[in-house]
Design a protein around this ligand. Structure first.
Ligand SMILES: C[S@@+](CC[C@H](N)C(=O)[O-])C[C@H]1O[C@@H](n2cnc3c(N)ncnc32)[C@H](O)[C@@H]1O
Length: 252
């Protein structure tokens, strides 16, 4: 079992290094021309890839869309704004240097995306039809074992890895998102969040969501590496559920 887990982790790392770090791959899959330096470990993750292929099912022309933690490349907002011109897209990140690079990438790609610095929902104005987040979700201790050094940013804090550090149990940012997202969704709005099943189980989500007024509408799975949860406020706005694609999760 341990050997199997190690083989899977090795294969995952290999894919990330060999494919997700290729600019050509990003250009082909997301249609985004990168401006960042060529030597990064990876430009996207399993969650980014899953979002790329499923979010079109849930976003309608004219929607107002928000990505929390868009990162240095704003891949998904740029992809969306180029695919659906009527959609207005905002991408945020807690790190100003990532937002600056994201803004450059947006300009380079002639996309219509607003990129702003924000810590989760702090200072986010208005409400949205669709909000998504591919969160940092690896427990800090695991990152320490893997040799990640702490890195601090003035006025923001210190973490082992700003893309991956999810706090002591890995769930800090997932909890914040789930606790606060319904306050920023329009009545028939949807939220989407990615989680690695190794760090955050389906059982945990199923138990946590109803406690914060959310209902799991659907789970998209990439076996062993990603569960993507599509959520709506509970109870859903009257008459809206029928317009959504069929749910894969039975209501309790
Ligand atoms: C896993 S990366 C996802 C990047 C990109 N969205 C993607 O899917 O490839 C998580 C991103 O969240 C950002 N982040 C971390 N903590 C945050 C917070 N409190 N508020 C907003 N963004 C945050 C990180 O800087 C990082 O860019």
């Amino acid at each position: 079992m341990r050997l199997c887990k190690r083989v899977l982790m090795g294969a995952n790392l290999l894919v990330r290094k060999a494919i997700f770090s290729r600019r050509t791959f990003i250009r082909l899959v997301f249609g985004v021309k990168l401006v960042s330096p060529p030597s990064v470990q990876s430009y996207c993750e399993w969650g980014t890839l899953m979002f790329r292929f499923v979010m079109g099912k849930y976003i309608k022309p004219g929607d107002r869309v928000l990505e929390i933690g868009t990162g240095a490349h704003a891949l998904l907002p740029i992809f969306l704004s180029k695919r659906m011109e009527e959609v207005s897209v905002v991408g945020t990140d807690i790190l100003s240097e990532r937002v600056a690079l994201a803004q450059e990438t947006v300009a380079q790609n002639n996309a219509d995306v607003e990129c702003i610095v924000a810590n989760m929902f702090d200072g986010i104005a208005g409400d949205f039809d669709f909000i998504f987040f591919n969160p940092p979700a690896i427990p800090t201790g695991e990152l320490a074992e893997l040799g990640y050094e702490s890195k601090s940013y003035p006025g923001v804090g210190e973490r082992r890895c700003w893309s991956s550090d999810g706090g002591p149990d890995g769930l800090d940012l997932i909890r914040t998102f789930l606790n606060e997202v319904s306050g920023h969704l329009r009545p028939d709005g949807l939220a989407m969040i990615a989680a690695n099943p190794r760090h955050c189980s389906r059982e945990w989500f199923t138990e946590y969501c109803p406690q914060v007024g959310l209902r799991i509408h659907r789970i998209h799975r990439l076996v062993g590496v990603n569960n993507t949860y599509v959520l709506q406020c509970s109870p859903p706005a009257e008459g809206k559920t029928a317009e959504l694609p069929p749910s894969s999760v039975k209501e309790s």
